[in-house]
Write a protein that binds this ligand. Structure first.
Ligand SMILES: [Zn+2]
Ligand SMILES: [Zn+2]
Length: 281
């Protein structure tokens, strides 16, 4: 894997054909020194934006990308650091560019995302306040298909040249004992080569089961620097095998990362994921 910083500060949403992961942010939900952990997957002419948090539209603007250029978007769960920018993408598409982006979403999560979050901000029809708009007025819905024979509930979708598998994760609440009893959230397998957990609590089965199936080239894993709450901690994921840690980059981390960088290396992880940097697979 090649790791390359963004040159001249301006990002193109296409490349010569190699799978690239580009994190517009690597920070935790409340990070002030980084943008939130939102990811652009770019391969050939295709791109998918994974999550758009409250800081997301500004983070894109800062690298020369407008939300109106985003053609495909996938949301991993409904925390504001993952959906807070969605209102801007919806309203810009409907009222400025008159273009609907593709929203890659399962049927179950579509209702959660629209009915419990987005509808309150964008649902009122500009012509008739009683005629509430639907998610279809803002997005082309692209439906991943259920995949059987996976260790947990998993859906698959091909977006141009990019293959995505969405598997359920164990994120919230902190009392849930498995992904089954957790509120809807997902991680991703990208082109059968990369695991991106998005937000998850420590869930060794997720890593072990999917690593066994795919033998990933790289893993990008949620990490917070203290134990407790709804994220995997550095001390917890340190219990994973050395072979797995060697290819694991940590994301969604706190603003005190300089103090923990040496420990991350000493534990045998590949390192902290860097913001606005290409990870070319
Ligand atoms: Zn988050
Ligand atoms: Zn979250």
């Amino acid at each position: 894997m090649k790791i390359k910083p963004l040159k001249n500060g301006s990002l193109k949403l296409h490349n010569s054909g190699k799978l690239n992961l580009f994190f517009i942010g690597v920070g935790s939900a409340f990070s002030k020194r980084h943008n939130q952990t939102n990811l652009l997957i770019i391969k050939g002419p295709d791109h998918v934006l994974v999550d758009l948090g409250t800081k997301g539209p500004q983070a894109l603007h800062d690298i020369g990308v407008s939300v109106s250029q985003i053609e495909n978007i996938l949301i991993t769960h409904s925390h504001a650091d993952h959906i807070g920018g969605m209102e801007e993408i919806a309203l810009t598409g409907r009222y400025v560019t008159k273009k609907k982006p593709n929203l890659i979403v399962t049927e179950t999560y579509q209702h959660i995302l629209w009915d419990m979050s987005l509808r309150g901000g964008v649902g009122f029809n500009e012509d008739n306040a009683w005629n509430v708009l639907s998610v279809y007025d803002f997005f082309n819905i692209i439906r991943p298909l259920y995949l059987s024979n996976f260790p947990r509930e998993t859906f698959g979708i091909q977006v141009g040249g990019i293959n995505l598998k969405l598997m359920r994760t164990k994120h919230i609440p902190d009392s849930s004992d498995s992904w089954k009893s957790s509120f809807w959230s997902c991680g991703l397998v990208i082109d059968d080569e990369v695991l991106f957990t998005s937000d998850t609590r420590y869930d060794p089965e997720l890593v072990h089961d999917f690593e066994k199936k795919f033998n990933f080239k790289a893993i990008f894993h949620d990490c917070q620097f203290f134990t407790g709450g709804v994220h995997a901690s550095l001390d917890e994921i340190n219990n994973l095998s050395p072979a797995v840690k060697k290819k694991m980059y940590l994301t969604h981390y706190g603003d005190n990362w300089e103090q923990l960088e040496a420990k991350v290396k000493k534990c045998g992880f590949a390192g902290l994921t860097l913001q606005t940097t290409f990870y070319e697979i």
